[in-house]
Design a protein around this ligand. Sequence first.
Ligand code: PLP
Length: 433
Amino acid sequence: DYGLTEADPEVRRIIDMEKKRQFKSLELIASENYTSRAVMEAVGSCLTNKYSEGLPGKRYYGGNEYIDELEILCQQRALAAFHLDGKQWGVNVQPLSGSPANFEVYTAVLKPHDRIMGLDLPHGGHLSHGFMTAKRRVSGTSIYFESMPYRLDESTGLVDYDMLEKTAVLFRPKLIIAGASAYPRDFDYARMRKIADAVGAFLMMDMAHISGLVAASVVADPFEYCDIVTTTTHKSLRGPRGGMIFFKKDPVLGVDLESAINNAVFPGLQGGPHNHTIGGLAVSLKHAQSPEFKAYQNKVVSNCGALASRLNELGYKLVSGGSDNHLVLVDLRPMGIDGARVEKILDLASITLNKNSVPGDKSALVPGGIRIGSPAMTTRGFTEKEFVATADFIHEGVQITHEAKRLVSGSKLQDFLKFVAAPDFPLLDKLSD
Ligand code: PLP
């Protein structure tokens, strides 16, 4: 029984290189974080060997006494971490990740082709909230359900709740989804609750991006108004890759959410739970209740604020003007440059962030913005000072991108992106100094 280094040097090498990459670069992808060694120990443990289809006490396999104990502990910690102790809420900790968790909710409370409304992907929503284009139903959600996205008010960069309300009254969705992948502000849950009640819809919040912030009470609490709350566990929450579904225990619109959701997870869409992930999740949910975690989440928000202010000072246009959470969305179009080129240039300088569409964008492949998040570098100990410096580095990257674009224009190279990606890219030396 060899360890990885002896058993498989090839995979060992790749992991070592990835680790180096992760720690050498400025990781600014808003959905990423560094989980703890304790979480990784649990994820890399013998828990991965065990089958445990079903729920604690109701398994389809023997030998689950310790797995039952673990899953119950994880559920208890999940409810405690989100301040749901003693409240009529339950949780399923088995979803394999965020997208499966969302689809499990849809199959639990909807029939095929029932109507849903989520934030449009080009306006910050997630694929799994029903994204489709004029030509194609892209996600499983839009294939199996009828989706009518709501959008931002392009003049403010905020969710257009008036339009959501008008559309909901006409479209009569059965489910309204709050939550986003690229929205720098809080959702108005009270307003969305009113709209859902007016049309007889369930209200779900996908808090994947901000679940750490919710646990630390540094943003609004979706549990106050929603019927169902889903989340990934690996973003601001800083756990292993996975998902959770929280549900009200009292029936909603005549549906027993607890049994509908538990059955949708298993046997509806999943088989055996990933017990190693549930082990890692339990560890991270213990941490999520600590004062240190609350202090960390406060810093995530203040660091992001410092980044936003500096970008504003440097003349950048931020969608919605700033940020209340862990991310900023920069609209680069007024600067005469796009997010794809800037992402590429910054990548060469080991600054990792992602291109992102911004309201009014024409192309998803060459979108006009970039998304910048603070959770990962805050875990690495960055303070506001370093985030101000990060804004300056990004600014430098944008200027270099302009310069590269200027050099290329008039050259024979038609495809600028290919040119930038080439190993002999002329500015590479300058960037790697
Ligand atoms: N929901 C939101 C809001 C997300 O941002 C994401 C991923 O970025 C997901 C769901 C999907 O999670 P996963 O990638 O774990 O399927």
